[in-house]
Design a protein around this ligand. Structure first.
Ligand code: 3HC
Length: 291
């Protein structure tokens, strides 16, 4: 396999919910992974989360204890981005959804990672084309959008920026196969395919709750039982994070217009620190999750 085809050493920048899930699936697929995050607390939580998720898979009999230990052994955790990307074949950025942070991260990646590395951003709605503009060679950046919980969700949404080459897209699609995900390829438009549809449903559910159409439980039940969604839109917003959903809505509102204006209730809840599962409360209470 040539240098540009190798996909064995992965760097994940950011160890939050998505970053640690991405690291886990890569390690489960026999890839070596280095994860970096500036926060020691986030790194510690991430390690616990990966261990708990793997334990869950072992308990289901889908992984042996030896395979779990081997997967854990393939992940290295640290605070240095430069050390994480050294010698990497694939670099996946999973930092918070702020353009300036993504751009700054990729400037550092550009300076320290091999020039042959495939670069992926896990952004859920920001422009891949704009992020890529910070790179010496924008053709090697592609959107690699994962879904929460990463070990369970089958999709990888591959986003083609204006300057992304076919070779880069093909490599990202191959990477999806290596880690057991099914890919779709979409053009770089605000919210891509998934976030645009996902937040439209979520925002409408919040507006319905706001105007007293039904309780949160019954709005969720409507979609769970009436449409066979695995989880209703309000519970799903809790899972994803109200702050994450608000950031996507604000971005889509700016880019696509009025239909994506964030419901005031969502903004108020975020201001109050009700971020969903990760903060212990959102539309539901999550007493066991509060860190
Ligand atoms: N690690 C490992 N396995 C896990 C897991 C985790 N973190 N979470 C769930 N599982 C496994 C369970 O062990 C179980 O395995 P089994 O099928 O072998 O029994 C299976 O997943 C189902 O889990 P549960 O039985 O506990 O519960 P549910 O059946 O209610 O499923 C769920 C939970 C998978 C989260 C399901 O409710 C679901 O699919 N919800 C929708 C999730 C979704 O839409 N995610 C996308 C959000 S949008 C996004 O992420 C984009 C971003 O950019 C914002």
């Amino acid at each position: 396999m040539s240098e540009t085809e190798s996909l064995e050493q992965v760097a994940v920048i950011g160890a939050g919910t998505m970053g640690n899930g991405i690291a886990q699936v890569c390690a489960q697929s026999s890839l070596r992974v280095r994860v970096c995050d500036l926060s020691a607390a986030v790194l510690e939580r991430a390690q616990k989360s990966v261990a708990a998720s793997l334990d869950r898979i072992v308990a289901k009999g889908k992984l042996t204890a030896e395979q779990r230990d081997a997967a854990l052994g393939r992940i290295a955790w640290g605070s240095s981005l430069e050390a994480a990307v050294e010698g990497a074949d694939v670099v996946i950025e999973a930092v918070p959804e702020r353009m300036e942070l993504k751009v700054d991260t990729f400037r550092k990646v550009d300076a320290a990672a091999p020039k042959t590395a495939l670069l992926g951003s896990n952004t859920s709605s920001l422009s891949i084309t704009e992020i890529a503009a910070s790179l010496g060679d924008p053709s090697r950046l592609v959107g690699m959008h994962f879904f929460n919980p990463v070990p369970v969700m089958d999709l990888l949404e591959v986003v083609r920026g204006v300057r992304t080459t076919d070779a880069t897209v093909d490599r990202a699609v191959s990477f999806a196969k290596v880690i057991g995900k099914t890919s779709i390829v979409v053009r770089d438009v605000p919210g891509f395919a998934t976030s645009r549809l996902g937040v439209a449903l979520g925002a409408e559910a919040i507006r319905m709750l706001e105007s007293g159409v039904a309780s949160a439980e019954d709005i969720d039940r409507a979609m769970e039982l009436g449409y066979r969604h695995p989880m209703g839109p309000l519970r799903l917003t809790d899972l994803v994070g109200l702050d994450v959903r608000l950031a996507i809505l604000d971005h889509l509102h700016k880019e696509l217009g009025e239909q994506f204006r964030a419901p005031p209730l969502l903004r108020q809840m975020v201001r109050a620190g009700k971020l969903g599962k990760k903060s212990g409360e959102g539309f539901y209470k999550w007493p066991d999750e509060k860190k």
